[in-house]
Every structure is written in C-alpha cells, then in structure tokens.
Design a protein around this ligand. Structure first.
Ligand SMILES: [Ca+2]
Ligand SMILES: [Ca+2]
Ligand SMILES: [Zn+2]
Ligand SMILES: [Zn+2]
Length: 386
C-alpha cells in the first residue's frame, strides 16, 4: 500500500532549520550526515501506519520439547497471547518433526481461525522446520507442512517452499545450529524462495541484538550477511519460549506496519518487509524515504534524505540513533527525547546500491531496529520494486 508523501512532516522540518545540530562524520569514504530535531513538531498521524505487535515463533505441547506442564494447545496459546500477553497477533509454530500425523496441523488451523477476530487479534498457523545441523525456519501461510524428517536438507526444504509463493518464512536463531559450519549454507542465495524468506531473528528468547550482531564471518550481523548474499529481508523477534507464557517471557516483539489488523494486511506487511524489531513491547518507529516506508526499494539520482519518527506510549526516553549503511554504523547521534521525536538522515548518492536501516535506543537500553530501505542509483529517481 503506497503512502502519501509526507508533506506536513517536510514543512515542519524546513521550519526548524535553525535547530540543526552537528553533522556526524562517518567511517565510510562518502560523507553521511545525521541531523536530529529533538523538538521538531510531531508530524500528522495520517502520515504513518499503525504498528501491530506480535511474533511468529511460539510453541505448545504439540512440540516434543515443550516444557510447560499443562498440555497446552494452540487454542490455549492464542488465548493467553491475546489476553495476558497483550499481543495483537501471533503464530503458533510447533516443531513439525513432532507431528505424528496431520491432526496437530489441522487443530492449529482450527484454533487460529477460532481465535482470530480481525481488528482485535489475528492468529496464524505456522510450523518450525527444525534441522539439527542446518538450521531452523518458521513458515506461515501454507496449506501443507514439511519437516526435517521429510525434507532432510535445507536445499530440499527450499525446494518444497518454492511451491508456496504466498508463504512467509524466517531464518530462526542463526548461529544456534552451525555445528558443521553449514547452517543455512551460510545464507547461500536462492532466487526461487527469496520472495518468501522475509526475516531473520535478531532477537530470540532472552537474547539481545548483541547476540546476533556478529554473524558467521564475525564482522557484520547475521541479518546483514544474509542481505549481502542477496536475500531481501529484515530482522524479527521470535519469542520461542517453550512454556505457557506467550508474550510475557520477554518484551521482544515484531512490529508490523499495516493499515488494519487483518490477516491479509499483516501478511502484506510481512511480504513487503514493512516491519521492525523491538526489545520494548510497545515502542514505535517509522523509517521512510520520500514517503516510502521501511522495507522498500527506491532509486535516487542525487543525495537524499530519510525521515525517522520514533515514539513510545509509556513516555519513555530515547538517547541514541544509529544509522547503518550496508551493515556498518555510518553515523551515531545522541538523542534527548521523552516519548517521541523525529530525525532526518541525509545520505550521499550510492555508487550502485546501498541499504540503510536505523537502530534507536531508549533510556532503559532497549533498542528498536527498522527494516532496511534499499537505495539504487539511477538517472530518473523513480520508485523501484523487487
Ligand atoms: Ca523500554
Ligand atoms: Ca515502552
Ligand atoms: Zn528453533
Ligand atoms: Zn522454536
């Protein structure tokens, strides 16, 4: 869904030119400056999509390694996530290796359908493909399922996934199963399934971004390694608790930016990589380029500017904005905001394609990371699509 241009926001920024604070030199050869407007007027709410919070990685007693004691089913998980957990949406993704037949798979769909009340809560059926030496992936929105027992390699799993063009899949907890230095083939690219693999868990259980900030090569994060192999994805948070505490084990969430809390709109947000990862359960971020929201691809013909808007309904403080270019911090700027704030990020014309994302830190240390936006140099500056 295209966004309208952020005219009001740009006008506000323009009127605050006198408040410009220092530009920050960067480690990269080309200059990247970050300009922060701590007291900029808030833009009109209509310029931003609401965020809906949840995750697609949750287990019940249908997983053989479930540690809860009450034999909880997907119906129990959805009810808990919606009420006690306070989530807007969730997928139950039991280990498909635990399925003895289709009964659990069918029951998960029945429970998801019963628990979904669009506008208040959306429940998805999913499964986790759990290969003990090549990695785990969650899969949402398929009629069928597979498992390590059926498709014994990631290559075979991807062959299966290629038959489900409407699927949404994520690389789970990278680094956890790299026993033979071959987990996910270290993100070897597959054109046929790239549209379906939308995310990578930078947060899982009680791990923080720091856990995944050094990937297989140790220089950039797992997410950036995957992106630089060709995958078009963003980070997600997968709680992955194996107990009856859905939404309460951690405050980690994936925030989907969508015009409405419906199954179709949430799936569209996933497919368009329009989502952020947050360690705070209700923090919000928008990261736009010329009105194109995070996850998008844009062509540019000159130096250009990103718009950042961050907020927290609890009034929490914010103290740092980091701008990543091609997986490396290109600029870091102190913030001093309570509740909400805006920033502009000016970047140079790419030599070819650069991708940018931002990570914003709250005063309590919790961080929120946007999906990337890909900038490709062209003479015309029109919007590109993948
Ligand atoms: Ca917080
Ligand atoms: Ca908060
Ligand atoms: Zn797993
Ligand atoms: Zn899991």
């Amino acid at each position: 869904m295209p966004l309208s241009p952020v005219k009001g926001f740009r006008a506000a920024i323009g009127s605050c030119a006198a408040l410009l604070v220092s530009a920050v030199a960067t480690a990269a050869a080309a200059a990247t400056s970050v300009t922060v407007f701590p007291q900029a007027p808030l833009p009109a709410a209509a310029e931003y999509l609401p965020a809906f919070y949840g995750f697609i990685h949750a287990h019940t007693s249908y997983s053989i390694d479930y540690k809860g004691s009450g034999g909880e089913t997907p119906a129990d998980a959805f009810a808990f996530a919606r009420t006690t957990g306070g989530l807007d949406w969730m997928a139950v993704s039991d280990h498909s290796e635990s399925y003895l037949n289709d009964d659990h798979w069918i029951d998960t769909a029945t429970a998801a359908e019963a628990a979904t009340q669009e506008g208040s809560f959306v429940a998805f059926r999913a499964f986790e493909y759990s290969n003990a030496t090549q990695g785990h992936l969650c899969v949402v929105n398929t009629e069928d399922w597979t498992s390590w027992l059926k498709d014994g390699s990631i290559a075979s799993f991807f062959d299966w996934l290629s038959n489900y063009p409407a699927a949404v899949a994520t690389f789970n907890h990278p680094g956890s199963y790299d026993i033979f230095n071959n987990e996910f083939y270290h993100f070897q690219y597959r054109t046929d399934v790239a549209p379906m693999v939308v995310g990578l868990e930078m947060l899982n259980k009680d791990s923080t971004f720091d856990t995944r900030d050094a990937g297989y090569e140790g220089k950039i994060s797992y997410m950036d390694e995957a992106i630089q192999k060709g995958w078009w994805l963003a980070s997600v948070s997968g709680e992955d608790s194996h107990r009856a505490d859905w939404g309460t084990m951690t405050d980690g969430r994936t925030g989907l930016l969508a015009p409405a809390l419906t199954k179709a709109e949430l799936l569209s947000a996933f497919r368009e990589r329009r989502f952020f990862t947050t360690e705070d359960k209700n923090a919000y971020i928008s990261f736009q380029h010329g009105g194109v929201e995070m996850g998008g691809a844009v062509t540019v013909a000159a130096d250009s500017t990103f718009d950042v808007y961050f907020s927290d309904p609890d009034g929490e403080g914010w103290n740092r904005l980091e701008v990543y270019r091609n997986g490396v911090v290109a600029a870091s700027e102190a913030l001093d905001n309570a509740g909400s704030g805006t920033a502009q990020v000016s970047v140079p014309l790419p030599d070819a394609t650069d991708y940018y994302y931002v990570r914003v830190r709250q005063s309590d240390g919790e961080r929120i990371q946007s999906a990337p936006i890909w900038l490709t140099k062209s003479a015309t500056g029109t919007v590109a699509t993948f």
